[in-house]
Ligand binder design. Structure first.
Ligand SMILES: [Zn+2]
Length: 382
């Protein structure tokens, strides 16, 4: 089981590159494309296009938009390539497999990219990176983005909880939730910074999505994330522009937990990638059929204390990155906690994540009539 979850960005990338030859056995013209990062050319965004003879359906699997989430993403990519790709039809179904949209973040165990930009807040459709959104974040900046080095973990923890109680009392939980999750374009060293222009990673993905819409009538995307939602139940998350309700989708996919990205069901996001894909379709390719979802593997859980623990991990990791810590044990503890938030070590968690990923791949692909059972065609990776 554990060999699904790679140790490093490099291991994950090597495994992805090896899968090329397997996919070529059935999609003979499969092409690997690589985009080395401008400032870190040893790190790259890699993807492969496997085109069918008749371009009817395209399945997209993408990972590590939030760098550190790419370890679980890599496990899901392996499941998809080994267990589902052999059941797709190379006559009429193509693949776009996108490994590590944010390779720097994956390599350095950060969620953001090398410019501290949260890429899932950077897909602003009209290019208006409005600094006026999320003024609550600015009001809470001393709490969410302290401009000082860290002292001992115990002291920082006490301070954090004191602030949480104070701000829940003053602002209320809904305001606090919006301030922390919506995204913002005004504080470059704060978390959920959506940038002030399109990032390199975002531009690469935008070109791929446009090409997908130009070349295929039906597109299904599954983008891998971790960190939000119940601990032992992955949520399939769907942008608000998708016309189906979460109940309809849950039935159609035979999958227990589907959530729309809105305040009622999930939380509001500005600059979300899936939403961008739908907007691009609506604006320029209205006759194309698109379903773009995220697999969101919950980790700490969705109770109020668990959500506060997640917030603590976000605040302290960001503060540590910018201002450092006076003692190495504090730094170590914060790094461990942050990793646990996006890449849990527990075997039971990992097994359930794999089971949920399989169930969702099965349900979604099946609902589009894309799965066949070919005899003796199980691909095993070397
Ligand atoms: Zn994510």
């Amino acid at each position: 089981m554990d060999d699904h979850f790679p140790e490093s960005y490099e291991d994950s990338r090597t495994r992805f590159l090896r899968s090329l030859s397997l996919i070529r056995q059935r999609w003979h013209s499969t092409q690997l494309e690589t985009h080395p990062l401008k400032d870190f050319p040893d790190l790259s965004i890699d993807w492969l296009w496997a085109h069918p003879r008749r371009r009817e359906n395209l399945v997209i699997v993408s990972t590590a938009e939030h760098g550190i989430e790419g370890f679980v993403g890599s496990a899901m990519m392996k499941v998809f390539i080994e267990e589902f790709v052999p059941r797709l039809n190379p006559e009429n179904t193509g693949l776009l497999l996108l490994h590590a949209m944010n390779p720097w973040g994956m390599k350095h165990h950060r969620k953001v990219n090398e410019h501290n930009v949260d890429l899932n807040r950077n897909f602003v459709f009209d290019g208006d990176f409005d600094p006026a959104i999320n003024p609550e974040f600015l009001r809470l900046k001393d709490f969410l983005n302290p401009q000082r080095g860290l002292e001992s973990f115990g002291l920082e923890n006490l301070r954090f909880w004191g602030n949480v109680v104070k701000h829940i009392f003053i602002s209320g939980i809904p305001t606090l939730t919006t301030a922390t999750l919506l995204g913002q374009h005004h504080t470059p060293n704060g978390f959920y910074h959506g940038g002030t222009d399109y990032e390199e990673n975002t531009r690469v993905a935008m070109i791929l999505y446009r090409r997908a819409l130009e070349e295929y009538p039906t597109i299904v995307q599954m983008d891998m994330h971790t960190g939000y939602g119940p601990r032992y139940q992955m949520s399939v998350i769907v942008p608000p522009l998708d016309p189906s309700s979460s109940d309809e989708l849950s039935k159609r996919f035979n999958y227990p937990l589907v959530q729309k990205i809105n305040v009622e069901e999930f939380y509001a996001i500005s600059g979300d990638m899936g939403e961008y894909f739908y907007r691009l379709r609506n604006a320029h390719f209205p006759d194309k059929r698109l379903f773009a979802c995220g697999f969101e593997f919950g980790t700490f859980g969705d109770s109020l204390p668990a959500r506060i623990r997640s917030l603590r991990a976000m605040v302290l990791e960001n503060q540590l990155h910018w201002h450092g810590a006076t003692d190495s044990r504090t730094a170590e503890k914060i790094h461990c906690e942050f990793k646990e938030l996006y890449f849990p070590t527990e075997t039971k968690w990992r097994e359930k994540a794999l089971a949920d990923g399989r169930q969702a791949f099965q349900g979604i692909l099946d609902s589009y009539g894309l799965l066949y059972d070919y005899p003796n065609d199980q691909i095993q990776q070397p």
